[in-house]
Design a protein around this ligand. Sequence first.
Ligand code: NAD
Length: 351
Amino acid sequence: MKIKHGIIGLGGMGSWHCDNVKAHLSDRMEVVAAYDIRPEVKDHAENKGLKFYENLDDFLASDIDLVTIATPNNFHMPLTVAALNAGKHVICEKPIAMNAGELETMIAAAKANGKVFACHQNRRWDRDFRIIKSLVDDGSLGKPYFIESRVQGSRRSLVGWRDYAVNGGGMVYDWGIHLIDQIMWMIDSPVVQIAPNLHKVFSREVDDNFKVLFTFENGVSALVEVSTNCFINQPRWHVSFEEGTAIVEDWDCHGKIVKLSDSGEMSWDNDIVYTSAGPTRTMAPRPVHTTKQLELPKVNTDWADYYRNIVDVIAGDAELIVKPEQTLRVMRVIDAIFECDRTGEPIKCRI
Ligand code: NAD
């Protein structure tokens, strides 16, 4: 029998959820209903073939099995708890909550009601990320020790509710949570130090540009950057491994790996090189024959796999890929970032 699916908040992302499920999971799941506080969403919902509810209790009393919550972030916790208490499975958009305390309340409600509950961390299925994760996992370039992950835009403005603190606006919650979740899923070690740098360049209330430097207990460092005022972009990923360097330039996954050549010919005249900026020996370019360039690994990913996993978990055939306890670690790191921003001090921790 198909899972009956309802959506709370049929705005940009809620509509995407509806279309995505229809396009990729129509054999296992059916989107049947939507609830939104804006009554004018009714026509939009009905055009998508959904029964529209103006009242949350009526929506939750209907026979839907699974609710996806895609409202502004401050409503995630109360709506998730209400849906779980009404006996529904819940997918909640990122950031799953405003802080770790709220998420603990949500996890307790899921446990009390015996329902599936997961955050929509869809960017674990991004191809650029999976390329880097495959290199970290297969060890072909040795261990990573410095990871740089960036998304950079220049549109400056944060649209609508994303510009307001009360709604959980700002770029740490919006994009940061994706990039931090990716790195914490990829690096199997506790975060032991967090040093953030948050800016309000144009926003009055929330961070619109930030960098955070993380240190993991196993020695890996990671720099995460989100910019909305950057006019010359750096690579999406730049990763230093013991045996080489990998970059993914852009969303289309152009990039390369450069590592030591296999020829064993590693000697050259270790002379000082005179550049226009002055002499250097350490930073002089390596002779080309001592390195080789490789293509990035081919990796296939599919965002719909997120939903396929949820359906399998509801059927009792699989474990969640995005586990609430992983999301809780990420939320604790987000809490620590805001705490450091308040105090101006980097934080030592074990998350
Ligand atoms: P949006 O403003 O386009 O849509 C939000 C919708 O929620 C609107 O239709 C609004 O009327 C409705 N709403 C607001 N308060 C509500 C309430 N209390 N009860 C019911 N409905 C309510 O916002 P969006 O861009 O779609 O973002 C929604 C959520 O999706 C956010 O949490 C955001 O972080 C997340 N999001 C995730 C991704 C992703 O890739 N995972 C991408 C975009 C947005």
